[in-house]
Write a protein that binds this ligand. Structure first.
Ligand code: SF4
Length: 795
């Protein structure tokens, strides 16, 4: 057998070389099997299909090994991932009396990794919980045997054992080629070596070292281990190809970043680019969901490449909600989410929300609600805890599946199996435990995804080994494209090195971004400058790139964006045509539209503008009293009291003296909480007065706050100061500004010319926009406190 290792950085053409070799072999009527990552399969088939080729099979390692095992007669029923977690939970319960789903998942995860790495038995190096893990594994294996199951991750070990033991595989590939991997663990190397034993050649590709400061996940020691275990005879080193053309874009908000990328994708599709040639690479699942959601608004064919679980389907999410709603006490939020399957429940939810109640509130409180309660009663009845018998439990699950719409989905049989497995494994569990376990296992239950052709939306790991004509790499900030580099619970880093387990903390986080960047010759990299957490910067490894304007950003690419720009058809009733223009004179009402006009508009829908006088008469009188009292308290006392007097007598004398004090002259002419007209606008300073001393007229304006710094965010005060300084009407006046809360000392305020100029521009810009009916969103840090984020989707 000849064996070759192809080494080259991302984008150097490793996959192209493998396909070339495969075609050449196939042309000579030899059988080739390419082992690739599951997500690569469609891509490789498409590239192979460019030159019709017979005799090349593309598969993944797990499928191939399962076939080997099946042929060699060693296959039993495979325990699914949820079943594994449930059985590990049962083992924990048997050994230690109780188990929570999270704990079982932790144990199951480490056991799976040990199996994948080729350990027959749990190794014990002295760690605190390793002995416990070994015990759990012992009981888990016994449970597997009793049920005639094998673990999903035992497939590799059993197949390798059979092949190493000399078992004959009836139709082994003549040429075995492996592509797309970033690294191989011990078990993978062992299974490849075992399979290659009966082949004529083995060809493996791996990325080599990355130029500093970038990293890849293939350090020299891994390459060495691979050469040793696979007895590699020849190493083919590929040179780095031309670097992709990178464009870096900084968007004002995460939503803007997604919208700009989608606009560019749409332009590309309109130009006739094949959707399969394009990919949107995102850092995590949350970003992928947001992108897919926006993709619907843009009418784009996007293909979610994430391996879906039941919880990714609307029916699965509803089922999970129904299982948990009783435990959460039927909050209005859950009732609203369930309104699609209980028509009318939204009205009950709104009524409950208004009164601060929930669906589990006392019956008398519910009966008093002015809405039809039948949907809530149906929900309460159907989600009532089942009796602790298998029939009652299965009937309960079936009822909720039917209500959620899961019973007609392809994953329905699996759901029923999980319900049975949970009951079988936790026979003495109460209904609450059954529900908790079922909910916990749903995330691991795969849901078949309907394949829709389109532009791939994928996380960085799913892009590995693939090639596109253009990619958009979103969220390129520090800390978003990472590997899970944290210490493992059962084995420390030292233990892992000792045992030959893959180390967790190798400082290779940047390898994810490096690999993802090299997936196409044209890459648009972007990030959002501001997010809920504060200001953001591009990833430090992209600092050499200069952010440039986005060509697609100015393009209107969704019907919602178009609706804002294009005049509606003439037959549209006036109230639907455009938002009404606003001519607002009152600065305090105008201030609600700054800094975001959309937020001000929406605020106005839920809290209409004040139409009453600015302040109630009694508020004004209270404020005046407060000011008088403050002035009076600061008055110098005319009489000294003798310290020798008894305290009670001294207090009575002081009271009598204060009673006869005149009001402080300083309050003369002061208008407290009154309106100050200025040109077209009305302002509402805390207090103001016009003083005449000889020929000098002074306008004193008292603003709320403790200094200019605090006032910078108080729009109304800044606008008032700016307007007064610019006003012709007040040109001959001396203007004095103070910060004063009507008590204590006044503090003079001195605004800079820049502050006032910015405030003046903001006021005139805002008025012009509102008078044109423009209520555009203005995203920024203020979005963090905005309650309309879901409506405007700019955050
Ligand atoms: S989320 Fe931000 S941009 Fe959207 S309305 Fe609120 S403040 Fe304006």
């Amino acid at each position: 057998m000849s064996s070759t290792l192809i080494v080259g950085p991302p984008g150097s053409g490793k996959t192209r070389r493998i396909l070339e070799l495969a075609r050449r072999r196939a042309a000579a009527s030899e059988r080739v099997t390419i082992i690739a990552l599951p997500q690569q399969r469609a891509d490789l088939l498409r590239r192979l299909g460019e030159t019709p080729t017979l005799g090349v099979r593309v598969t993944d390692l797990q499928t191939l090994l399962y076939e080997v095992l099946e042929e060699l007669g060693g296959v039993a029923r495979i325990a699914s991932v949820p079943a594994r977690v449930a059985m590990v939970g049962a083992a924990l319960r048997e050994l230690y009396g109780e188990a929570a789903p999270g704990e079982a998942a932790l144990y199951a995860g480490t056991l799976a990794e040990l199996r994948r790495s080729g350990f027959e038995e749990v190794p014990v190096t002295g760690g605190r919980y390793q002995q416990r893990l070994r015990e759990v594994d012992r009981v888990y294996r016994r449970l597997l045997g009793e049920r005639g199951l094998i673990d999903l991750d035992d497939v590799r070990r059993l197949a390798a054992l059979a092949l190493e033991g000399g078992a004959r595989w009836s139709d082994p590939p003549q040429h075995l080629m492996v592509d797309g991997y970033q690294a191989f663990n011990r078990m993978e190397r062992r299974t490849l070596a075992a399979m290659a034993g009966s082949a004529l050649s083995l060809t493996v590709s791996l990325p080599g070292l990355a130029p500093a400061p970038w990293t890849t996940r293939t350090p020299p020691e891994d390459l060495e281990a691979l050469r040793r275990d696979l007895r590699i005879e020849k190493v083919e080193k590929l040179r780095a190809g031309a670097a992709p053309r990178f464009r870096l874009h900084a968007a004002s908000s995460p939503s803007r970043e997604l919208r700009d990328a989608l606009a560019e994708v749409k332009i590309c599709l309109q130009q006739g680019v094949d959707p399969h040639e394009l990919a949107l690479i995102v850092p995590d699942r949350a970003a992928a969901r947001a992108l897919l959601e926006l993709g619907r608004e843009y009418g784009l064919p996007l293909h979610d490449e994430h391996a879906a679980s039941v919880l990714d389907t609307p029916q699965g999410r509803r089922f999970e909600l129904l299982l948990g709603v009783r435990g959460r006490g039927y909050p209005p939020r859950d009732l609203l989410a369930l309104a699609s399957v209980y028509p009318g429940l939204e009205l009950v939810a709104e009524a409950l929300e208004r009164r601060g109640l929930s669906g589990s509130s006392p019956v008398a409180a519910l009966e008093a609600l002015p809405v039809e309660l039948a949907p809530l009663r149906d929900l309460l009845r159907e989600t009532e805890s089942p009796a602790p018998s298998l029939e009652a439990w299965l009937a309960y699950v079936e009822r909720l599946m039917e209500r959620a719409g899961c019973d007609r989905q392809p994953e329905a049989p699996e759901l029923r199996v999980v319900a049975r497995e949970v009951y079988a494994l936790l026979p003495e569990a109460n209904p609450a435990a059954l529900i908790d376990w079922t909910r916990a296992l749903l995330a691991d239950l795969p849901a078949p995804r309907r394949s829709t052709p389109g532009v791939a939306v994928l996380e960085a790991e799913q892009a590995s080994g693939r090639r596109f004509a253009r990619t958009w790499l979103l969220g390129a900030q520090e800390g978003r494209y990472t590997l899970d580099e944290s210490e493992e619970f059962f084995y420390s880093e030292e233990d892992r090195t000792l045992l030959g387990l893959e180390r967790r903390m190798r400082g290779l986080a940047s390898s994810v971004l490096y690999d993802a960047l090299w997936r196409a010759p044209e890459v648009a990299v972007s990030y959002a400058r501001s997010e809920r957490g504060g200001e953001r910067r591009a990833h430090r490894l992209l600092e050499a790139l200069e952010a440039e304007p986005r060509p697609g950003a100015a393009t209107t690419a969704s019907p919602l964006e178009l609706a804002r720009l294009r005049p509606p058809p003439p037959e549209t009733p006036p109230r639907y045509r455009r938002l009404e223009a606003l001519r607002e004179r009152r600065a305090w009402e105008l201030a609600r539209y700054a800094p975001c006009r959309l937020r001000g508009y929406l605020e106005g829908r839920v809290r209409p503008a004040e139409t009453r006088p600015v302040y109630a008469a009694r508020d004004r009188e209270a404020a005046r009293r407060k000011a008088r009292q403050a002035a009076w308290s600061q008055q110098e006392l005319p009489a000294q009291t003798d310290p020798a007097w008894a305290p009670g007598f001294r207090e009575r004398v002081l009271r009598a003296v204060r009673r006869d004090l005149p009001p402080r002259p300083d309050l003369e002419g002061l208008v407290i909480l009154g309106v100050l007209p200025l040109g077209e606008m009305l302002f509402r300073p805390h207090a103001h007065r016009l003083l005449r001393r000889g020929r000098l007229e002074t306008l004193e304006v008292y603003l709320i706050g403790t200094g200019v710094k605090q006032l910078r965010d108080h729009r109304e005060s800044m606008w008032l100061a700016a307007q007064l300084r610019a006003s012709d009407e007040h040109r001959g006046l001396k203007l004095d500004f103070y910060a004063w809360d009507l008590q204590g000392e006044r503090e003079p305020l001195h605004f800079t010319a820049g502050d006032l100029e910015r405030a003046r521009e903001e006021l005139s810009g805002l008025r012009a926009a509102l008078e044109a009916g423009d209520y555009s969103p203005v995203p920024g840090f203020h979005c963090r406190s905005c309650r309309f984020g879901d409506v405007c989707r700019e955050t």
